[in-house]
Write a protein that binds this ligand. Structure first.
Ligand SMILES: Nc1ncnc2c1ncn2[C@@H]1O[C@H](COP(=O)(O)OP(=O)(O)OP(=O)(O)O)[C@@H](O)[C@H]1O
Ligand SMILES: [Mg+2]
Length: 515
């Protein structure tokens, strides 16, 4: 074991030769390192490196493992998450774990509903307690709102409130900021600061080097289930960490300079999306733009600006029918379902892969080929060999890591699941591909691969629209960037004009309402 930053005292957690096997996969291979009380310990590694699995072992999700988990000097073997929670360990999972039909307050206190002596649910007490926690997180989510109605970023904050309510002194966060905007991330870090000053130890998984270097005391790198190194943050740099993660250098990306956009594929005129019963009245208001062949068009904006809603209008899945005109290859279209959009040549990769993107009961192969099954049909029979070949080809193209195409999709790491969703839409050969935050939760190496795929598709003549919560990503990828603020188009920039500052300014350019 190679551990720098040695401490004399008993570590809070000693991970002692932990191995975790799944059928066909060694997810953790003899991992050893320590966590010191009160530190902010970042865990990094490529998709599938074993980060989530290790955290699940610590949090009692996987009671079955080899090796020892020593907590405050005592070997522990948690029987489940409740047991881990009783010992002060709380986890916020990468794929959110909320019950969408329940209220925010009910989710926060799920399984610990406060009951009065007569056994009645103390709904008011719960709502008030939830409200206090949410206020501590500086967010204005109503405790009585139905959780399923919240956007993914807000749902994540509900998960954090839930962990706070457990009064954990070890808080594990598995990519908590992957769906948050910059200001929400800043807010989260203020909350974490406050927790740390109370002595809470933070274990934090992230693919974002900036965050890791801004906040952590130490960094542990995992690769292929093995512990590579644990370093003091001040003694290292992002380049070294990336190198340790992938075992090679990542080339600097310079793509898109040689693109020459062709004819107009998509023309949107005065698109508006009503917001019935809401003070703002419009989710989207009066948006016009064009997308050309061979072009990557970015959509920037803060959470709630309308990025996802815009994509949903184009794909026929908006909550209400939009107003205005959408012309696809010169013809007015009005989709009422994703099927219609797909037939006309539009594909969408969603930000919320658990809810809309993945078929969790199915295999990797089925998830990749589900939209293109027809291609594999001869004389009414699905040709398994053709389907398998297709799935294998896609897996190679995007570098999907799994135990094979027949593995269940949920056995893959988060980033690899996302690659399967992208692979599926690439197989449908669309003219227009809508990518809603496609690299959310994807590691640096895989991101670079996906950028290359996007660029190649552009050269093949697709028109691509992409949203991202990371401005540098849009700046690398796009020929043009539209900026939304509160449902309105507040800026449009072409390559060469974009700077993070200019984009941020447009993204915060609120309408001044005259009362
Ligand atoms: N429930 C499971 N069943 C079978 N295999 C699993 C299961 N969970 C994880 N694995 C496998 O274990 C390995 C590690 O996965 P893990 O989810 O820990 O990766 P990760 O480092 O969190 O990746 P990411 O950055 O993509 O979230 C992967 O090969 C994955 O396919
Ligand atoms: Mg993970």
């Amino acid at each position: 074991m190679e551990t720098e930053g040695h401490h004399e005292t008993t570590p809070l957690i000693a991970i002692d030769h932990i191995t975790k096997r799944f059928p066909g996969v060694v997810a953790l291979d003899d991992v050893c390192f320590d966590v010191v009380a009160g530190e902010f310990h970042a865990i990094v590694g490529e998709n599938g490196a074993g980060k989530s699995t290790l955290m699940k072992v610590l949090a009692g999700v996987w009671p079955d493992f080899e090796g020892r988990l020593i907590l405050r000097g005592e070997p522990r073997h948690f029987t489940g998450t409740r047991d881990a929670e009783a010992h002060g360990i709380s986890i916020i999972h990468q794929e959110l774990n909320l019950v969408e039909q329940l209220s925010v307050a009910a989710n926060i206190f799920l399984g610990r509903e406060q009951t009065s002596r007569l056994g009645f649910l103390q709904e008011t007490a719960m709502t008030a307690a939830a409200d206090a926690l949410l206020r501590e997180l500086e967010c204005d989510i109503s405790p009585t709102a139905q959780t399923g109605d919240l956007r993914i970023g807000d749902q994540q904050l509900v998960e954090i409130a839930k962990a706070l309510s457990l009064e954990a002194d070890i808080l594990i966060m598995d990519e908590p900021t992957s769906a948050l905007t910059e200001s929400e991330v800043a807010r989260l870090f203020r909350v974490i600061d406050r927790l740390q000053s109370r002595g809470v130890t933070i274990l934090y998984i992230s693919h974002k080097m900036e965050e890791v270097f801004q906040a952590s005391n130490r960094i542990t790198v995992l690769r292929d289930g093995k512990h590579v190194r644990t370093l003091n943050t001040v003694d290292t740099n992002p380049r070294e960490i990336t190198h340790l993660m992938v075992g090679r250098e990542i080339e600097n990306m310079a793509i898109g300079d040689d693109r020459t956009p062709g004819e107009t594929l998509l023309k949107v005129e005065s698109l508006s999306l009503p917001w019935t019963g809401h003070a703002r009245q419009w989710r989207l208001r009066d948006i016009s733009f064009e997308l050309r062949r061979g072009e990557v068009l970015g959509v920037a904006g803060l959470m709630g600006a309308g990025r996802t809603e815009l994509m949903e209008c184009l794909f026929g899945t908006s909550v209400e029918p939009p107003l205005g005109t959408i012309l696809l290859k010169g013809e007015a279209v009005d989709f009422h379902s994703p099927r219609e959009a797909r037939r006309a040549g539009i594909g969408l990769v969603t930000e919320d892969r658990k809810r809309l993107g993945l078929f969790s009961q199915m295999t990797v192969r089925e998830n990749i080929t589900i939209c293109t099954l027809v291609e594999s049909v001869t004389a009414g029979l699905v040709s398994m060999s053709r389907e398998r070949a297709a799935a294998n080809e896609s897996m190679d193209l995007l570098g999907v890591k799994s135990a094979g195409i027949e593995a269940g999709i949920t056995s893959l790491s988060g980033g690899n699941q996302q690659k399967c969703v992208i692979a599926r839409w690439l197989r449908t050969n669309p003219d227009v591909l809508l990518l809603d935050d496609p690299t959310r939760g994807i590691d640096v190496g895989a991101k670079a691969e996906i950028y290359k795929v996007i660029d190649q598709l552009c050269h093949k003549g697709l028109g691509i629209m992409v949203t991202s919560s990371e401005l540098p990503e849009l700046i690398t990828l796009c020929d043009r960037i539209l900026v939304l603020c509160e449902g309105r188009l507040t800026g449009e920039f072409t390559r060469g004009e974009f700077t993070e500052q200019a984009l941020m300014e447009a993204a915060t350019r609120r309408e001044v309402t005259v009362v």
